[in-house]
Write a protein that binds this ligand. Sequence first.
Ligand SMILES: *Cc1c(COP(=O)(O)O)cnc(C)c1O
Length: 424
Amino acid sequence: MKGLTKDLAAKLDEHDPLQSFKTEFYLPKNTYYMDGNSLGLLSKRAEQALLTSLQDWKQLGINGWTDGKEPWFYMSEKLGAMTAPLLGAKSEEVINTGSITTNIHQLLATFYQPSGKKTKILADELNFPSDIYALKSQLELHGYDPEEHLVQVESLDGRTLSEDTIINAMTEEVALILLPSVLYRSGQLLDMPAITKAAHERGIMVGFDLAHSIGALPHQLHDWGIDFAVWCTYKYLNSGPGGVGGLFVHEKHLGRKPGLAGWFSSNKNKQFDMDHSLTQAESAGAFQIGTPHILSSAPLIGSLEMFQEAGIERIREKSLQQTRYLIHFVKEELSEFGFTIANPEDDNRRGGHVSLIHEEAASICKALKAQQIIPDFRAPNVIRLAPIALYTSYSDLYQVMMILKEIVQSGEYKQFKNERDTIA
Ligand SMILES: *Cc1c(COP(=O)(O)O)cnc(C)c1O
């Protein structure tokens, strides 16, 4: 099939129900941005939302907490309610606070309660390092040796995990499981409901890191009965560098004492009583600690409005069609150039990015950058390409793939060293 033409891409764009959102983003000039899964782009609405909070500060000073156009005191809760539909969660189950790593610490401090035989934590060997560091330090705080008490499920192919292997590792010694929803390298989407069901049948708490699924695909966290979840908002949710993170605690656990308490864990009506005994919020808000980082929360308000309008189902539909397009292109046009598709090809098993393995991935990424394409390199040999439903067009994808083809066909990438830079 030689059907992947410029015309086809233009036609797909014409029929794209989300195409109008692209004009709302600041797209780096003359650049094809394929790294929205690491840092999403700025939208005009996110910018405006940040300016609103700055304006409130400028005009109201401390009164911005309660009287601002977007009162700071309630912003984390408002963001939680706006995020809930992306998660299939109730508003009170979601709060925006902290970062992935600090939220893992908070929720482990709350939910990891080893007792009797059940002392181990189950994770996987492919997860992002920060998650693993946090799990190890939580084990150490309880006086356990991570070598023995952190069980990391092995990958058979070095890229993906099998749910059966995960379930087999759920021994009676396991107290808690933390896994990614979508693996950050290969883009594999795990079967969260099946894992949760198996864990609960064995009396194990289960949490997920949604860094690579939130904003890319729908979830049903409440109905699946997942105990807790964490995510960041600077990837698919486009909140900006260092944007506030988020956490979910299932309704059945609301009211549980936060492992790490602070005055923002308070019931909001009591917080300013300044009492030394905490009356905690009855919502997920109880898992906040200190004063929210307003200026890195505000942009998310504008960004989430766009998700509300676009609808996560439509975003997922386009995202799948776009990753499918890239996979087809690699197979049809690039098969002779040494690429392996590392992500699962089944729609139900794939997150929002395409993961290509190539011996000379680092050189190829540098050659792409020299041609104004921003890919994402993960050492030693992975090129991640993320089409973003709200701002990537099919014509963009066509151009990116044609340039990639040119780079490998001409051998142009060979002039670049096959090593990573400091930030990959
Ligand atoms: C991006 C990412 C992180 C980053 O954690 P922060 O605390 O937000 O810096 C952690 N885990 C995973 C799986 C990620 O993809």
